[in-house]
Ligand binder design. Sequence first.
Ligand code: FAD
Length: 335
Amino acid sequence: MDPVIVVGAGIAGISCARALAEAGVAVQVLDRAGQPGGRMDSPQHAGRPVDTGASYFTVSDDRFDRVVRDWQRRGLARPWSDTFEVYEHGATRRTAGPSRWAADAGLRALVQDLADTAGLSVERAGVELVARAGSGLTVDGRPASAVLLAMPDPQARAILQPALAAERAGLYARFDPVLVLSAGWPERVWRRFDGMFVNGDERLSWIADDGSRRGDGAPVLVAHSTTSWAASRLTTQDEDDATQLATQDEDDAAQALLQALQDVLDIDTAPSWTRLDRWPHAKPAAGRAASFQLWPSLVGACGDGWSERPRVEAAFLSGLLLGQAVARRLGRPGS
Ligand SMILES: Cc1cc2nc3c(=O)[nH]c(=O)nc-3n(C[C@H](O)[C@H](O)[C@H](O)COP(=O)(O)OP(=O)(O)OC[C@H]3O[C@@H](n4cnc5c(N)ncnc54)[C@H](O)[C@@H]3O)c2cc1C
């Protein structure tokens, strides 16, 4: 039998591929980045990882809890904070919530671990076309018994041939963009906090103290824009293709976010470095009731767009459930 091809090595794609591998199904994972992580990205900057995508994760489902407890036992993940600050009209207050989890080596390391512990490798491939071929499917010409798209809807729709019309029509969710500014100072010049929701600012929505999150105390802040401000700074040449999105003026955007960050935290010294990350498809604009989709063609879709509460945990579960459903469909219900 041809392998199942999973396109996308974010947490949904890796969770999906794990479920298939555990059921004894031959699976290949392709990602244009050539490594696991996706929006749980933690690039190295100034000698340490910085979480430039997802900030943290929460746990409410037993199936994800088992995975997280295993990460905790092996020192990969730890509870970070249950109390953040809220900044509004120049004042801050504290707000308690669920335990938010972080990873000392960055969130990407957790997705890498999920891949490694299942013996999965990720092949670098920017997929261009998923097509019907006779009674089967191909991914850029490679035959596949099923093709599972683990990515935001606009990215998935963009690679489906027009003849896969029902599948394209089902991938209708809109995703909103976010711009993320990371900045490092020679020393901490702000009072200690873990994370701060920013209300009422057109530019900023959230600030994380990355040194607190990472546990190394490094004087690094990560600021997320509002989705509406990011949308106003991004031009879309082709709404289906994330790679076609470009900032009108990246330096200008970084400077505006830095100014907002410094205003909120009352910082009057310049950082020693900054970087700007663009997430054209950061978050689904709305949730969905279904956890995944598997069409009769054996094209499937999973990811955080398949949840009423789109986030890391939802993406993990969506991938797991799709992987299990495909294994059953292929007659491999697993152990
Ligand atoms: C700025 C930001 C802040 C966030 N904050 C939080 C938070 O605090 N807590 C939380 O729980 N969640 C947060 N999220 C959401 C969280 O990151 C996502 O829910 C989760 O990571 C989604 O995983 P996924 O596997 O569904 O998709 P992704 O991680 O997006 O994975 C999709 C993968 O598909 C690949 N891909 C796309 N097109 C192709 C192609 N044509 N060929 C090959 N590969 C392709 C991409 O390279 C990517 O690796 C945040 C996201 C962003 C961007």
